[in-house]
Design a protein around this ligand. Structure first.
Ligand SMILES: C[S@@+](CC[C@H](N)C(=O)[O-])C[C@H]1O[C@@H](n2cnc3c(N)ncnc32)[C@H](O)[C@@H]1O
Length: 239
């Protein structure tokens, strides 16, 4: 993967901020939806003492999530299961916090996902979402496979996310911007591209001939961030 095992901009710093904002604490039952390789799920258990559960649709990533840390020591070992966000395998009112990092923009039915998040949250439960936002039309050069890997291509505007979250029935919605982390993400991807370690993972980029276009996409991405075309937002809301 382009970003290593943590797939969202800002890494653990952003996760810590979002966990503080959504008041994750010892014993909080947190559902990390679209958990990927489980970095955040473990982090919330390790650093915050949360009882964390991760779900993702990718069996490959879930395998990584469970294998990665078998020897690690965590006070509360997270649990993982394979599921789609549109149909969560949990009863109503099961969690204190639903965490969704850099994933809402990848869901085909984000509204359905948000109504599931509301359903599984207990009354007074918190939604914690971070995601890439788009402030104006994405340049055609960024509507590529690589841009999809950067999540820029599928992102919504700040207002778009806010409307979806409110329409799902959440209250007390707060939005905070942290767009600096986007540069760090592009730098991280560039370092990995230089190492050549990710080329094989990009289905349509199978040889060095494609490298200049990948580099070009990153450069256009950087300009798009710099000019305010895209950024990163943290949303918290209450059930
Ligand atoms: C950009 S990654 C973010 C992973 C993780 N939250 C993180 O920040 O490191 C997006 C994740 O969403 C998952 N995903 C996409 N659509 C999904 C769906 N409909 N149901 C469950 N997971 C989904 C993907 O498998 C992937 O792991």
């Amino acid at each position: 993967m382009l970003l290593g095992d943590s797939f969202h901009p800002g890494g653990e710093d952003t996760t810590r901020r979002l966990a503080d904002l959504s008041t994750v604490g010892p014993g909080s039952h947190v559902l990390d939806v679209a958990c990927g390789a489980g970095n955040t799920t473990y982090f919330l258990a390790d650093e915050f003492g949360a009882k964390a559960t991760g779900i993702d649709l990718s069996s490959t990533l879930l395998q990584r999530a469970t294998q990665n840390r078998q020897s690690g020591s965590v006070r509360l070992r997270p649990t993982f299961s394979q599921a789609r966000v549109e149909n969560l395998p949990f009863s109503d009112n099961s969690f204190d916090v639903v965490f969704c990092e850099c994933a809402l923009c990848t869901f085909p039915y984000p509204e359905k996902a948000l109504s599931e998040f509301l359903r599984v949250l207990s009354p007074g439960g918190r939604l914690a979402v971070s995601d890439i936002v788009i402030n104006r039309t994405v340049p055609p050069a960024l509507q590529t496979l690589l841009a999809h890997s950067l999540c820029i291509a599928g992102a919504h505007s700040v207002g778009g996310y806010e409307s979806m979250i409110a329409a799902a029935g959440f209250n007390r919605l707060t939005t905070r911007m942290d767009s600096q982390v986007m540069f760090e993400m592009v730098d991280r991807i560039e370092r990995r591209l230089k190492l050549g370690s990710v080329l094989a993972e990009l289905q349509n980029i199978k040889n060095d001939a494609a490298l200049p276009s990948a580099k070009e996409t990153l450069s256009i991405s950087r300009n798009f961030i710099e000019s305010g075309g895209t950024g990163y937002a943290l949303f918290t809301a209450w059930k």
